[in-house]
Design a protein around this ligand. Structure first.
Ligand code: NAG
Ligand code: NAG
Ligand code: CA
Ligand code: CA
Length: 220
């Protein structure tokens, strides 16, 4: 299932299933590396700002220190085709993004200059050489409530009793599938809900409490 995430489909459901509830270790304090952030475009209207746990849809271009571009999400010239969804703050992306894309409005464009320790570090990755400082131009297209947000919980908790029953989870899955144009599939929803409860219903009382549901904050 997890590869399908990249397709941008069923984003909420899949990121709920596929992402670790708590991102990687990190533990100790990092050296004083900082992301340099510059706002290139600020939209006139801003209904909400990005925050920890939100799902963000972004376009981005990445540059090496010498100015050479190494990635652009627009290379196909096909509109939003390669824009990417990710969840902010849970280390799904490099740390420099988790830090540098907070408090951002939909429509806003930023330049981030990210030191290696908050990007791909000593090892580098793929065509990113070790110890690379990277510059990204990031345009935020859309913000959605994250799969683990308070808002998502309330949306799923149909009877407002502050816990999710299996039926409520199945109903949510059904709606998400519908939203993305998939036919509902009871067998599938049942087994997905089983999986979710296996993992998330920590005290095995048959409900997912709001505490069991929400992400633990990870130090940024
Ligand atoms: C710029 O830096 C990258 C990564 O170090 C390197 O691969 C590329 O060849 C450099 N380009 C120029 C024009 O120096
Ligand atoms: C429903 O999901 C199950 C389990 O993934 C699958 O085997 C079955 O083919 C699906 N049914 C339909 C109608 O898509
Ligand atoms: Ca409930
Ligand atoms: Ca429980």
């Amino acid at each position: 299932v997890c590869e399908a995430e990249a397709a941008g489909m069923l984003v909420l459901v899949l990121s709920w299933l596929c992402l670790p509830a708590v991102a990687s270790v990190s533990g100790g304090k990092l050296p004083e590396a900082e992301v340099k952030t510059e706002v290139l475009h600020r939209p006139f209207i801003c209904h909400r700002k990005s925050k920890y746990g939100d799902m963000l849809l972004v376009h981005h271009d990445g540059f090496f220190e010498n100015g050479t571009i190494f990635y652009t999400s627009r290379s196909q010239g096909a509109g939003d085709k390669d824009a990417m969804w990710f969840t902010l703050g849970i280390r799904q992306v490099i740390k420099g993004w988790d830090v540098g894309l907070q408090n951002m409005c939909a429509g806003e464009k930023r330049r981030l200059v990210i030191p290696p320790s908050l990007a791909y570090g000593k090892e580098g990755k793929g065509k990113i050489p070790p110890e690379s400082t990277l510059t990204f131009i990031v345009e935020l297209l859309e913000i959605r409530n994250g799969p683990r947000s308070h808002e998502s919980f309330q949306e799923m908790d149909l009877n407002d009793d502050w816990r999710l029953s299996k039926d409520e989870v199945k109903e949510y899955l059904r709606k998400e599938y519908e939203r993305y144009g998939y036919p509902p599939n009871d067998t599938l929803h049942e087994s997905v809900a089983e999986d979710i409860f296996d993992k998330e219903d920590k005290n095995k009382d048959g409900f997912i409490s709001s505490r069991e549901f929400t992400y633990k904050h990870d130090e940024l």
